[in-house]
Design a protein around this ligand. Structure first.
Ligand code: IVH
Length: 651
């Protein structure tokens, strides 16, 4: 490698990294990336005076500082005024319109992390300063250089301060905390603390290991000649920075409310934590004329989301027995309103988790409610303990049937197949929406049927009669008849529902649908090789199906006899063609939309899949094909161009 080649290689590696970290859309494999990385490293070791500043090798974080130096921001970093409801937002808007009746707005997420000021000059990152008191912060340049979403060089030569928030994605946060728990270290209470803590590490290799992400939200000192904030931000993104998961320009209150509602509803699906939406006046000249109060810009406001984290007290820890017998501890907490929902329980996953987090009855804890998942305890406030807290021990007998439990470490199981909890939960699952969809078989009724001795297994629900039901307390004629009708209606259900309802471990709705379309009801006779040939079914799932069928064959057959599930009509025979019965993957941009091509191929009897595996028969690629193409080559899967596909069709 000579210097010219080295420069090209650095450019190429930066391009790979940009697509991987900023665009979330890799254009090569890890292997290709690593190979080039090591070639560059080797060149740099032999030519230490030629190392380019923006080489990805310069992000490793091998600098340990004694402490951080104070550094001045070139222009002040401001805070934001908060509003919490529509009424306050209206008040803010009317103040803004009084100052400038032409004002329009740019809305973007308010990220929950630590703010950072990046100073670029001559196209290079020269300094990174934490917010500090807004005027002076700490110089953490060495740490910022390890963050892959901060470009070390940009295609813009003038001095510019780019401001943004450093965050940790939720998935990464969980990983870090799991590892800290394994090492017996204190857990981070939330992604914000984790981000801020990781940014201020004296050993930059720790920062490097944390996978921090930088999200830009504005500029400080600059000489940009762009008169709208929204356009300025587009320019900043184009320099190689990450874009927000959602952004919009708005004119009126109603538009702003709409964007707010969307962000609030979707925020659980975003990778980073948001604590609100920021509304900013879009016109820069208008921002300048509005100016600042002592603390805040008059032209921006943070429209906060309701908090998702609250402090509460653990009142009790109870044990639940699932349909597979697994015992799950659940914390009963002091009822707490989070985002409009009163939370009374939080999942604890398993006993290892209780021990790891050292959760005790009467502990004060922080609970997090996100989306529709069950709230969880993210931290115990151990400094609030007064000695009255009660430790909980691993159970040795089933809380429901009192039989001895099997302790497998992470999982503790009740092995009694006739345990009331197991039977009741199996029936509830069997009747649930994604299974046989039988209305009226909720927890209360199933328990009543079990206690009365009329239903002791899933099969028994099909021998219920009106007379039997009417003998039970609380079962009136109408309600009983409705239940019987709902059970009757389940007969002739779609075959995948039947498979799903069996509750085979690792087999959910998607796998049930694949099994049904491949084998219909003959799935009980499928061989392992046949199961493994189905896209999406791997070793563990195949074993689980075989095991289940071996143990439960008679039960399955009896259920089949009462239910007679419907098997989908075999698709009309398509003529022989090179794509019939082939598993095909499409990648890259093509002359038509990929959906159109997908539909065309499906009409020829092909199965179009989203990912390349050994089971893929061919990959059809267009321009800018990325990792799927590479994977095909790596696995020796046939790869053809769109034109070649068309030729095959014409032939
Ligand atoms: S703008 C001139 N925009 O929130 C306005 N700040 O409460 C200054 N933050 O210190 C800030 N997301 O760390 C702005 N989209 C966003 C933001 C954002 C998060 C943080 C930032 C700031 C704090 C103010």
């Amino acid at each position: 490698m000579n210097f010219e080649e080295y420069k090209k290689a650095v450019f190429e590696l930066n391009r790979y990294a940009y697509h991987y970290y900023v665009e979330d859309d890799p254009i090569t494999t890890d292997e290709v990336y690593d190979k080039l990385y090591h070639e560059i490293l080797e060149y740099e070791e032999n030519n230490p005076f030629q190392v380019l500043d923006n080489s990805p090798t310069q992000r490793v974080g091998d600098v340990v500082s004694e402490g951080f130096h104070k550094a001045l921001h070139k222009s002040r970093m401001w805070s934001l005024e908060d509003v919490f409801n529509e009424e306050d937002l209206k008040k803010w808007l009317s103040r803004v319109f009084k100052l400038d009746d032409r004002a329009a707005f740019y809305c973007e997420p308010k990220y929950d992390g630590a703010s950072l000021n990046l100073i670029y000059n001559g196209g290079k990152l020269i300094q990174a300063i934490t917010r500090g008191d807004g005027l002076t912060g700490e110089d953490i340049t060495q740490n910022a250089r390890t963050i892959k979403t901060i470009p070390l060089s940009i295609d813009y030569m003038e001095l510019i301060e780019i401001r943004g928030e450093v965050v940790i994605f939720k998935s990464e946060f969980e990983k870090i905390n799991e590892e800290r728990a394994r090492n017996g270290e204190n857990l981070f209470a939330n992604p914000r603390n984790a981000a801020a803590g990781s940014l201020r590490q004296l050993d930059s290799s720790i920062t490097a290991s944390r996978n921090l992400v930088f999200l830009p939200y504005g500029v400080g000192q600059n000489t940009l000649d762009i008169s709208l904030l929204s356009k300025r931000m587009e320019f900043i993104y184009s320099l190689g920075f990450k874009t927000p998961p959602h952004r919009a320009t708005c004119k009126w209150l109603l538009d702003i409310e709409k964007v707010y509602a969307k962000m609030k509803d979707e925020r659980e699906s975003y990778e980073m934590m948001l604590d609100g939406m920021v509304v900013k006046v879009d016109q820069i000249d208008s921002q300048e004329s509005m100016g600042y109060t002592v603390k805040y810009p008059r032209w921006a406001v943070a429209y906060k989301f309701p908090a998702v984290e609250k402090i509460t007290t653990v009142k009790d820890i109870i044990l639940q027995v699932g349909r597979s017998g697994v015992i799950t501890p659940v914390a009963i907490v002091e009822p707490t309103n989070i985002d409009g929902v009163v939370v009374e329980r939080a999942t604890l996953h398993n006993f290892d988790e209780i021990q790891r987090k050292d959760i005790r009855i009467k502990d004060k804890v922080i609970i997090l409610r996100s989306g529709d998942v069950i709230p969880k305890i993210i931290k115990v406030l151990t400094h609030e303990r007064n000695g009255d807290e009660i430790e909980v021990h691993r159970p040795s007998e089933c809380p429901v049937c009192r039989s001895e439990l099997l302790d497998e470490g992470a999982l503790i199981k009740c092995q009694n197949l006739t345990c009331k909890a197991r039977v009741v939960n199996s029936i509830i699952y069997f009747a649930s929406k994604q299974c046989l969809n039988i209305d009226g078989l909720g927890e209360r009724i199933v328990k009543a049927l079990f206690d009365a001795g009329v239903v002791k297994s899933v099969e028994d629900i099909f021998s219920l009669t009106l007379d039997k039901l009417l003998e039970l307390e609380g079962f009136k004629e109408k309600k009983s008849q409705n239940l019987l009708d709902a059970i009757e209606n389940a007969k002739g259900c779609e075959c995948w529902r039947f498979i799903n309802a069996l509750g085979i471990e690792h087999i959910g709705e998607v796998a049930s649908k694949s099994l049904c379309s491949e084998f219909g009801l003959d799935f009980i006779d499928a061989k392992k090789t046949e199961l493994l040939a189905i896209e999406g079914i791997g070793e563990e799932m195949a074993e689980s199906i075989l095991d289940f069928v071996r143990v439960n064959e008679e039960h399955i057959i009896r259920l089949l006899e009462v239910l007679h599930p419907k098997v989908p009509e075999p698709k009309a025979e398509v003529k022989e063609n090179p794509f019939k019965d082939k598993t095909v993957v499409l990648t890259g941009s093509m002359s038509q939309s990929r959906t159109e091509i997908k539909e065309m191929l499906e009409s020829l009897g092909a199965k179009v899949s989203g990912s390349v595996s050994k089971k893929t028969d061919m990959v059809i690629f267009g321009d800018d094909a990325g990792s799927k193409y590479d994977k095909a080559i790596e696995l020796g899967v046939k790869a053809i161009t769109e034109d070649e596909m068309k030729e095959m069709l014409n032939d």
